[in-house]
Design a protein around this ligand. Structure first.
Ligand SMILES: Cc1cc2nc3c(=O)[nH]c(=O)nc-3n(C[C@H](O)[C@H](O)[C@H](O)COP(=O)(O)OP(=O)(O)OC[C@H]3O[C@@H](n4cnc5c(N)ncnc54)[C@H](O)[C@@H]3O)c2cc1C
Ligand code: FES
Length: 255
């Protein structure tokens, strides 16, 4: 679905992190939309809310995300999608592990699970000012823990170290992880050591978002169609994961 939508609500979630709410139908947890800022660019954004009032949660890192972060209620953006393959949500106990704005595609998982005791959450950030969705997660899960790199809130250390300690303490059937690639690179072996299956949501440069241009390819997989969510066994076979990424002109650079 391709829509020009009105921004209904703007919420400041943390330092440099903003949620925009708008009316756009459909989607399953883990899917993303292509968001067009008129006159600036079109970029992929995970849906952090689904349902009648959809939402994206944007970290200001460059031109398009700065323009999105500056929008006000009443402004208009283009939204295409939803696209991609979302999370496989199994029966049993789930641990959601989100680093920074990586919490965005995990929040619809929490909204979709009705039993707060069957999903635990580890939220990580560089410092307390970048921790997002803490209260929203607490309203959906009975065990939400926080880690910060500088120790200013919760566990002092990485969210992977926090998740590893939770996996030692409790039994999980699946880990769902999203965050910087370096974080996911360490999350996969931590899950393997604990004997827990894992899915991760990957980011690559995207142009079409719908499988046509090839700019998002990683080891032969189009992240916009075969991903962004991949199973551990798929990622373990990817030579480019954690090592390199494609540039806007199609070259390959170090991750
Ligand atoms: C499937 C998917 C879902 C995403 N969901 C979200 C989300 O929910 N919230 C959010 O804030 N961002 C999300 N992103 C990342 C977001 O699309 C980029 O941050 C954005 O495109 C940057 O555009 P820009 O013009 O602001 O910055 P640019 O000027 O294009 O880049 C600024 C910096 O960010 C880096 N960068 C650009 N794109 C990416 C990327 N895809 N992955 C890693 N680094 C990148 C550049 O190398 C550069 O260092 C997602 C990306 C994908 C592929
Ligand atoms: S962004 Fe074009 S094929 Fe994925």
């Amino acid at each position: 679905m391709n829509d020009l939508v009105r921004v209904e609500e703007v919420v400041r979630e943390g330092r440099g992190i903003t949620t925009l709410r708008f009316r756009h139908p459909g989607g399953v947890p883990g899917q993303f939309v292509m968001v067009w800022v008129p006159g600036v660019d079109e970029v992929p954004m995970s849906l952090s809310y689904q349902g009648e009032l959809a939402g994206i949660t944007v970290k200001n890192v460059g031109e398009a995300t700065a323009a999105l972060s500056a929008l006000r209620p009443g402004d208009r953006i283009g939204v295409r999608g939803p696209y991609g393959k979302g999370w496989g949500i199994p029966k049993g106990r789930i641990l959601c592990v989100g680093g920074g704005v990586g919490m965005a595609p995990l929040m619809p998982v929490l909204d979709a699970i009705d039993d707060p005791s069957s999903v635990d959450v580890a939220i990580g950030a560089r410092d307390g000012g970048e921790v997002i969705f803490l209260e929203r997660a607490r309203s959906r899960s009975s065990d939400v823990r926080v880690s910060t790199d500088d120790g200013s809130l919760g566990f002092h250390g990485t969210v992977v170290a926090l998740a590893a300690s939770m996996m030692k303490e409790k039994r999980y059937d699946m880990v769902l992880g999203c965050g910087p690639e370096i974080m996911l690179r360490y999350l996969l072996p931590a899950c393997k050591e604990a004997g827990v299956r894992c899915q991760v949501s990957l980011e690559r440069l995207m142009k079409c978002g719908s499988g046509l241009c090839g700019s998002c390819v990683i080891d032969g997989f189009r992240v916009c169609v075969e991903g962004p969510v991949f199973y551990d066994v798929q990622v373990e076979g990817m030579k480019e994961f954690g090592r390199c990424r494609r540039t806007a002109s199609g070259g390959i650079t170090r991750a």
